[in-house]
Design a protein around this ligand. Structure first.
Ligand code: TYM
Length: 334
């Protein structure tokens, strides 16, 4: 089976360190080894009721973040989801193979819908079906994401399996989640039990990819810790000290070390000192990316040209697969 990487990010603003360490950074290396398709999932963003002008800007911002992080638009396909109608069409077909019970299990829906389930939008509910369509439309085989997307990917595999069984053909490859690195789940800087997220009301909860060096320093200085020094090797501390565990994970990811290596180096030392070095590391890694993003964003026409080219190439992959799927289903061609 042909190997193809597919992944995506919602253009909902506030791209943060978790998006970078959990996803984008891990995409870069695949470009040398496989065909890669990286999507800006603008249809998914509609579940957050975005302001139209902000949505337009955020699509460009995610595009700039991909390129500034080392995704090469000449090799990888970079495109906006809404530019290829196969996503939405295939999502409908797949929803006809997805039992309600499977969607009812999705923890992300439960978290986002909150208590007022009656008023939660059906788009939010069927969000994972569209995500499955994104991947399957390209016969995606490898999907590098952060840990929070694992359940959605298991669902995508189940849906692909249900479709294949119904039509008695191995039509869709079962996509593999690829979750690796020391920071597959970056937590909030204010609360080590909450995921770092674009929608947290506190700006201090996340490092944003375009933060200046001063802002990074300020946010890390204010980052929550406990009064104890850094843990000793072999010590169990992750559960009782989630903030400490989070900063150690971030440090490890930014310096390309394992958590154990970081703990061995820093055992017994003070967090104030650790945070200073963490700031230097974060500025060294994120600084050039943020600067490059701003440079790219100053030329929106050039970004739009990348997205035009990406849309043409995305359609060139997805259309023939969709045509074949329609024939299999018994839908008229065209
Ligand atoms: P989104 O936009 O919420 O996040 C984009 C990517 O960033 C990862 N991520 C994190 N990783 C580590 N720590 C964190 N705190 C953190 N927060 C976010 C996510 O795991 C993700 O990889 N449903 C997806 C978008 C999507 C998609 C797809 C992904 C739509 N279709 C098809 C892969 C394939 C999402 O909401 O990502």
């Amino acid at each position: 089976m042909h190997q193809r990487v597919f992944s995506g990010i919602q253009p909902t603003g506030n791209l943060h360190l978790g998006n970078y360490l959990g996803a984008i950074r891990n995409w870069v290396g695949f470009q040398d080894r496989m065909e890669t398709v990286f999507c800006i999932v603008d249809l998914h963003a509609l579940t957050q009721a975005p302001d139209p002008a902000e949505l337009r800007q955020n699509i460009r911002e995610v595009t700039a973040a991909y390129i500034a992080s080392g995704i090469d638009p000449k090799r990888a396909v970079i495109f906006a989801q809404s530019r290829c109608s196969v996503h939405a069409e295939l999502a409908w077909v797949l929803s006809c193979h997805t039992p309600l019970g499977w969607l009812n299990r999705m923890t992300q829906f439960k978290e986002k819908a909150g208590k007022d389930r009656e008023n939660a939008l059906t788009g939010l509910y069927t969000y994972p079906v569209l995500m499955a369509a994104d991947i399957l439309a390209y016969h995606g085989t490898h999907v590098p994401v952060g840990e929070d997307q694992k359940q959605h990917l298991e669902l995508a595999r189940d849906i692909a399996g249900a479709f294949n069984r119904f039509y008695q053909r191995d039509f869709f490859p079962l996509p593999e989640p690829v979750i690796f690195g020391a920071a597959t789940r970056v937590m909030s800087l204010r609360d080590g039990t909450k995921k770092m997220s674009k929608s947290d009301p506190s700006d201090y909860s996340r490092l944003v990819m375009t933060d200046s060096a001063d802002t990074v320093a300020l946010k890390l200085r204010k980052a929550k810790t406990d009064p104890l020094p850094l843990p000793e090797p072999g010590q169990e501390f992750e559960k009782e000290r989630p903030e400490a565990a989070n900063l150690i994970g971030i440090y490890a990811a930014l310096s390309d070390q394992s958590r154990d290596e970081v703990i061995t180096t820093w055992a017994g030392r003070q967090f104030s000192e650790f945070k200073k070095e963490l700031t230097d590391l974060a500025v060294a890694v994120l600084g050039p990316i943020g600067v490059e993003m701003q440079r790219l964003l100053a030329d929106p026409a050039a970004i739009d040209a990348v997205l035009d080219d990406g849309a043409a190439r995305a359609n060139a992959i997805a259309r023939p697969i969709w045509t074949e799927a329609k024939a299999l289903i018994g839908l008229p061609p065209g």
